[in-house]
Write a protein that binds this ligand. Sequence first.
Ligand code: CA2
Length: 150
Amino acid sequence: MPSPRIYVLNGPNLDLLGEREPHIYGTQTLADLEALCRRATASAGVELLFRQTAAEHQMIEWLHEARRAAGVVINPAGFCYHSVPVLDALLACECPVIEVHISNIHRRAEPWRAHSLLAPAATGMITGLGLDGYRLALEHLLQRIAGSAH
Ligand code: CA2
C-alpha cells in the first residue's frame, strides 16, 4: 500500500519568510518551515509534499493533485483575499483541509486581512501561532489518518 500523502502548500511571497517583516512573520525561512514540517511527519509513515508558489494556476493544479490525498495544509497567503478559482479547487478536495496563517489575521493592522474567502472550504483554520500552526495542523492530520486506519 502506498503511504498516505499530505500536501503542505504555500502561496505568494512566503518564499520571503525570514527576510522581511520579522516582527510579523518571524525570522525563520521557508527552508526552516519545510524542515519543521518534515520533522513533524518523519516517523508517521506518510509522504509529505511541501511546495510554494506565487502562480494561481500552479496552486490549482496542486490542489487537483491533492484531491484524494490524506490531507492538505494550506497557507494561501494573498490568494485567500481574491481567488475564486483557488476556492473552487479547495471545494473539490475530498480530504481534510487545514488553512494556516502565520500571523493572526484578526489582529492585523489592515481589517481586510481578517476575511478569508477560502475559509468556508477549510475543515479548520489555525491563525496567529506562527510556524507552530503548521506543526499543529500536521499533528491533527496524522491523528485523523491513524484514526481512519482501524
Ligand atoms: O499570516 C499569514 O500567514 C498570511 O497568510 C501571510 C500573507 C498575508 O497576505 C496574510 O494576510 C496572512 C502574506 C505573505 C507575505 O509573506 C511575507 C513573508 C515574509 C516577508 C514578507 C512577506
